[in-house]
Design a protein around this ligand. Sequence first.
Ligand SMILES: [Zn+2]
Length: 139
Amino acid sequence: MSDASVHEGGCLCGQVRYSFTGDPLLVALCHCTHCRKQGGAPLSLICAVADEAYSERGETRIYEDRGESGAAVYRHFCATCGSPIRSMAAVLPGLTIVKAGTLDTPDQWPPVLEAYCDSALNWMPPITDQRFARSNIGE
Ligand SMILES: [Zn+2]
């Protein structure tokens, strides 16, 4: 895929739209309890992209969460419909963690690994062959 390709997504109501250029640096599944609560889903599909590759328009609100290390994780969500859009972790400077279920084409990149498998729901079968008990990327 071309690095010049532009990928777009947005929230449920359409008020927040975003795009990033190039392929994600990482595509993963997160089983952590915070992603589960925020998304209301058994797990979360996430794409890591460079901050400078990402742009967004529309009004978001930000919930200041805490990661496992105690460092801040800023969870951005649509101010109107509440869709989670991205997470910005203090331990991951320079990276925007996109909640990839909001992509217009969310099946474009299969996840390569799973994080926080310690918290995976017990009926959830393995999806990738790289399964980390906790975080591999620090969220
Ligand atoms: Zn919305």
